[in-house]
Design a protein. Sequence first.
Length: 168
Amino acid sequence: MFILVSDTSILIELDAHNVLKHLFKLPHKIVIPDLLYENELIVLVSCNKENLLEWGLRVESLDADEMAVAEFFQMKAKGLSGPDCVALALAAKRDWHLLSGDGLMRKFAEREKIPCNGTIWLLDNMLEELILTQEEYRLTLLALLNDPACRLPPHLIEARLSAVASRD
């Protein structure tokens, strides 16, 4: 089991593809910094922020040391927002994993040796844990592949789709 610090892009993407509620069925704790919870989760379609708490989302505040790390990250990483750096700092200082769909954030996490996963990893886990059926997994991947707003690398989605097709 991991403690996963989510940025908002992951939650919004899972929500847009009707699998957000399934995230909280995984054997991981999902955490979001209070700053992101209060200010960034404004475009959820299938639920409201309070539903996320009911499903198991934990909201965490950063202490002064963690906020100093977030400020340091923001100075160090051009292009990352304050909320991005808050999520990165929380994951880094508490030795938790980061969940992000933001490419720049993921590259920065890699440079800083912060374990980071994204949407496809979560979907793979949902399939492995039998939270999603193969058909739900396939349909979600197809929806992501055909979503013009999705920034996931198409070749990664296509590889998963091929693997599912070969199991049939």
